[in-house]
Design a binder for this molecule. Structure first.
Ligand SMILES: [Fe+2]
Length: 310
């Protein structure tokens, strides 16, 4: 694969307080050279036989390819972030930012603070949309890495010294202020709209239990904290429980193979939280039974209290 240079979108001579010389040098040298290194490394990788190449060689090449690819992607976003007047946010992006940060002002303060915190070191501050959460988040990306997996950055400020030193010296604050004055919010909004159409990652599907009502461990924790009456039954198989060290606090273990022996102990007026298979059987028998999504493991993963197995 050959990577191609992206045109410089902003007309550098129209920027407010950032000179064309700075942007042109950044684009031609830093971005251009990253792209050329990326193509060189990619060519090298394509010529290799991965099965016979020493691990250290392939590790290094893949690491370098990652760095250069991210550098080109982020630089393209950076240049495309500039060219506006920075002030008036169009309605859709203003609404999305206010939804996820409280207000546009709050977002601005956080974004500027994160950029200021990178003065003297290097990295990026990105406004990123995460399809899984349907939310925007500000993030710091040290070097060219550390981008949120699955996140789609829609606005980027470059906090490497090469982005500002030629003109602002060590005064990163003045550079950040100039960047904020030149954000092209129409372009950011368009990228947000594209990003928000990306579907979240597909959830785990368990077709056989598709219609069975479930309850999350967080919901159960709230019920327990509020003192809501709920019957929690651990029905992990007997052969499994001999190895299990602990179980959920407040739960009782019952052998799923011997349901007939203990079904009579259950109340039909209180909800039952139980394993998938048994929940299906109990619902047929008229109980308000739901299975706990993620089971025992999810409970432990949220630090739910446990006790030693009975
Ligand atoms: Fe840069």
């Amino acid at each position: 694969m050959e990577y191609h240079i992206a045109p410089l979108f902003c007309r550098p001579w129209t920027l407010n307080g950032i000179s064309p010389r700075l942007i042109e040098s950044h684009y031609e040298h830093i971005y251009g050279e990253a792209l050329s290194r990326l193509n060189g490394i990619t060519k090298e990788l394509e010529a290799l036989d991965a099965a016979t190449t020493p691990a250290d060689v392939i590790n290094r090449l893949k690491r370098d390819q990652f760095t250069e690819l991210n550098s080109t992607l982020l630089h393209e976003l950076y240049f495309a972030s500039l060219g506006g007047d920075g002030r008036a946010l169009p309605e859709i992006i203003a609404g999305a930012i206010a939804r996820d940060f409280g207000s546009v002002d709050r977002w601005r303060h956080e974004f500027v603070a994160l950029a200021t915190a990178l003065s003297g070191s290097s990295g990026w501050v990105l406004l990123t949309y995460i399809p899984r959460d349907g939310q925007l988040i500000n993030q710091t990306a040290s070097d060219h890495g550390q981008n949120i997996a699955g996140g789609i950055p829609i606005l980027a400020i470059d906090m490497y010294e090469h982005a500002y030193q030629m003109e602002f010296g060590a005064n990163a604050k003045a550079y950040i202020a100039a960047f904020m004055r030149n954000i092209d919010w129409n372009a950011v909004q368009a990228r947000y709209q594209d990003a928000s159409e990306v579907k979240p990652p597909r959830r785990l599907e368990q077709k056989q239990f598709a219609d069975l009502p479930s309850i999350t461990v967080e919901e159960i924790k709230v019920m327990l904290d509020l003192g809501t009456k709920v019957q929690i039954i651990d029905t992990r198989p007997r052969h499994y429980t001999t190895r299990a060290q602990d179980m959920m606090e407040g739960a009782v273990w019952r052998d799923p193979e011997r349901l007939d022996d203990w079904i009579g102990e259950l109340s039909k007026t209180e909800p039952v939280v139980i394993g998938c298979e048994t929940a299906a059987t109990l619902r047929k028998a008229g109980f308000d039974a739901r299975y706990m999504a993620g089971g025992h493991y999810a409970w432990k993963a949220i630090n739910g209290p446990v006790k030693l197995f009975e």
